[in-house]
Design a protein around this ligand. Structure first.
Ligand SMILES: [Zn+2]
Ligand SMILES: [Zn+2]
Length: 246
């Protein structure tokens, strides 16, 4: 039987790195005139308190065996804390499997974009939505093609859940997409039942085609927005995230 073992948050290399360097890092950014946005500072500070009993804990008592346990508070951070993000990820995965995803094969598609576009995506939710739309539609079209159901057009339906990540492995600003897409499409039979058509693994060439199509369509979007003068406006000064860039 495995019992709950409190993690020793303050012993992790990440905790040490943040604890030892946060003040210097924040002061350095301030000096360079590129202060770190307040919500990032807040997340870092909360991380340093997360799972550390000195910053607050619950004492849990078990009536059955009479034992007490100390359960430190967690920071519930969304951006940075690996423990809280990990727990949220596990809960989300369980919910997706129990309640959302049908019993069908799922493939993960990841889309990253060139640097200049990352900057734009960090500024602008509408761009995130637009690029995401292009990405999924292109993946769905590839699935339809590979199941031979292109002729049904949009009536052959794909399904996906996407997580938009704001950071890359090195905690650099890197907006990118992780899409869990059903690896096939559904069609509807005459009596209204749903039929799943598996697509199977895409070849490297097919993945290349998807990338090329997404790139072409996003370039098209950029060109149209540029023509419409969309990029002349000053970025929203409320959105401080881009200050992290570079
Ligand atoms: Zn007990
Ligand atoms: Zn935490």
């Amino acid at each position: 039987m495995s019992a709950y073992r409190p993690r020793r948050a303050w012993e992790s290399p990440l905790y040490h790195a943040v604890a030892e360097n946060l003040a210097t890092f924040l002061a350095d950014r301030q000096l360079r005139g590129r202060p770190v946005p307040f919500f990032v500072v807040r997340d870092f500070r909360a991380f340093l308190d997360c799972g550390v009993p000195a910053h607050g804990f619950l004492r849990v008592h078990c009536e059955a065996c009479g034992r007490d346990r100390i359960v430190p508070f967690s920071c519930k951070g969304r951006g940075f804390c690996p423990s809280c993000c990990g727990r949220r990820m596990a809960e989300t995965a369980a919910r997706l499997i129990d309640e959302t995803l049908p019993e069908a094969p799922v493939r993960q598609w990841v889309l990253t974009v060139p640097y200049a576009l990352r900057f734009l995506l960090a500024y602008d939710r509408e761009w995130i939505a637009a690029v995401h739309h292009v990405f999924l539609n292109t993946v769905f079209a590839s699935l339809r093609r590979r199941t031979g159901l292109s002729s049904l057009g949009r009536n052959a339906k794909g399904g996906a859940v996407t997580f938009v990540q704001r950071f890359g492995d090195a905690l650099n600003l890197n907006v990118h997409f992780h899409a869990l897409a059903l690896d096939g499409v559904y069609s509807e039979t005459e009596d209204g039942a749903l039929l799943f058509h598996p697509a199977g693994p895409p070849s490297d060439d097919e993945v290349g085609r998807v990338v090329a199509r997404v790139a072409r369509r996003v370039k098209g979007l950029l060109a149209r927005r540029a023509e419409a003068g969309d990029f002349d406006a000053e970025p929203d000064s409320e959105d401080l995230l881009p200050a992290l860039y570079g």
